[in-house]
Design a protein around this ligand. Structure first.
Ligand code: EPZ
Length: 420
């Protein structure tokens, strides 16, 4: 298992190119199961989760042709299986997003229960309830979700009692090939959901209300091929901005989408950063100043993203003043706290709220990765710590960040990957 060795204290300066969004790429790749023809997906990030999804599609009979520019040609004309097996699903719980496409295309699906992960139980009850509204019959046996719609899917109305990103994506994909009209209320509005919807429209789907919490879909008999370019990753972009802000540096992010980053940029400005946005770039400059502490409560989009919470804990740990960070989306997404406390951070964790008293500098230490974003926050903490920080189990980070150590080194960080 690889580990990172980080020697803190460098201010970060320079330019970073933002990769395609993992959480858009995964449902979009799953959607290609619905198309009996060639499709081309561009700007795919080079991540372990994307590789796992492509393996999963290959297992089902999809022809996959990756080129070296981050684009992939897929052809799902002939599906040979409707099973998403445990050995792949257990490594990437987002595999659940093949459920809707398989039911739409083949009227049946067997997807291993994704199981929980470090940040929570991650149930899929809302996915199942919503798909049942379109005429799917489910049974959950032997650790698999087995769905069947012998007469095909019939359009219906779904009101999510709780906002769910992949739940919205599953029901959206299923409804695209259902007979008649479907309405989804209390839908997730994350940019990744809209990117999926725009991709489906490019393949011939009829979807209104994209970007809002009410989606109206007119079912079509079949989708045709097409080309779609995945949106930039707002969480990767936000992570690099926090790294630069924490080290009092400045940077330009290119190939990004500032319009998807409103809440994050506002908090960085509150922390004292000068932020300038263009069509596809963000410039941040701390002018050498120590960041100020901020108060955050995570929320569904366009609120402050839960996937940026751990990174701001690292920022608040070394900021001037006291900051409060509350996690409202997942029940166990504070596991980075004890690790950052081991680096000297003054944090009082009360339930899902962390009260931080900022200190000038942390102390390097060996720390343990637990999940994707927690691990990223440990890297950020290492950048602003005296001495050496060793971040173990970086496979967590490789799931969601494309060569993070190379991009950070290009900004001046002293970080190296050690193969164990
Ligand atoms: C997506 O996960 C993202 N993953 C997560 O990113 C992100 O943190 C999350 O949305 C919230 O924005 C992908 O898109 C692949 P949810 P998802 O369903 O869809 C509860 C990262 O770091 N819930 O919106 O699984 C659930 O337990 C990852 O990139 C149910 O109770 O999240 C949670 O408390 C981590 N029943 C809340 O809803 C269900 O059937 C929101 O979960 C489904 C969800």
């Amino acid at each position: 298992m690889d580990r990172f060795i980080i020697r803190g204290g460098q201010q970060l300066f320079g330019e970073v190119r933002v990769s395609g969004a993992k959480n858009a790429a995964l449902p979009i790749l799953a959607a290609t199961l619905m198309v009996p023809g060639k499709v081309r997906i561009e700007n795919l990030p080079h991540l372990n989760d994307v590789t796992t999804m492509l393996q999963l599609l290959g297992r089902m009979g999809v022809d996959v042709l990756l080129d070296d520019t981050g684009s992939v040609e897929l052809d799902a004309t002939r599906l040979s299986s409707v099973v998403a097996p445990y050995d792949l699903v257990r490594t990437m719980r987002a595999s659940i997003v093949v459920l809707g496409p398989l039911l739409a295309r083949a009227h049946e699906a067997e997807v291993s229960l994704p199981g929980g992960c470090a940040i929570g139980a991650r149930p899929v009850n809302l996915h199942i309830d919503a798909l049942e509204r379109l005429g799917v019959e489910f049974e959950v046996t032997d650790g698999y979700i087995k769905g069947r719609a012998p007469d095909g899917l019939i359009g219906g109305k779904v009101i999510f009692e709780k906002v769910t990103v992949t739940g919205t994506e599953n029901i959206l994909m299923a409804s695209v090939l259902a007979r008649g009209e479907s309405i989804i209320e209390n839908a997730a509005c994350e940019p990744e959901v809209s990117d999926l919807a725009n991709c489906l429209v490019a393949f011939g789907a009829k979807i209104d209300g994209i970007g809002t919490d009410t989606l109206r879909i007119e079912g079509v008999p079949e989708l045709s091929g097409g080309v779609h370019r995945v949106i930039p990753d707002r969480i990767e972009a936000g992570t690099f901005l926090v790294a630069v802000a924490a080290t009092r540096g400045s940077c330009t992010l290119t190939h990004c989408e500032p319009r998807h980053m409103g809440a994050i940029l506002l908090k960085l400005q509150e922390a004292g950063a000068l932020v300038e946005c263009g069509e596809d770039f963000v410039r941040l400059d701390m002018e050498g100043r120590r960041p100020r502490a901020v108060n955050i409560s995570t929320a569904e989009y366009p609120g402050f993203a839960t996937d940026m919470q751990a990174q701001f804990v690292a920022l608040n740990a070394i900021a001037e003043g006291n900051g409060r960070i509350t996690e409202t989306i997942f029940e166990n997404r504070m596991m980075h706290i004890p690790e950052i406390q081991r680096m000297g951070a003054l944090i009082d964790l009360q339930g899902a709220t962390a009260y931080l008293t900022g200190i000038e500098v942390l102390q390097g230490a060996p720390v343990m990765s637990t999940d994707l974003r927690a691990s990223a926050s440990l890297v950020l903490a290492g950048l602003v710590a005296d001495g050496e920080t060793i971040v173990d189990r970086v496979y967590h980070i490789d799931r969601g960040y494309e060569r993070i150590e190379e991009k950070l080194r290009r900004l001046g960080a002293n970080i190296e990957r050690v193969r164990m």
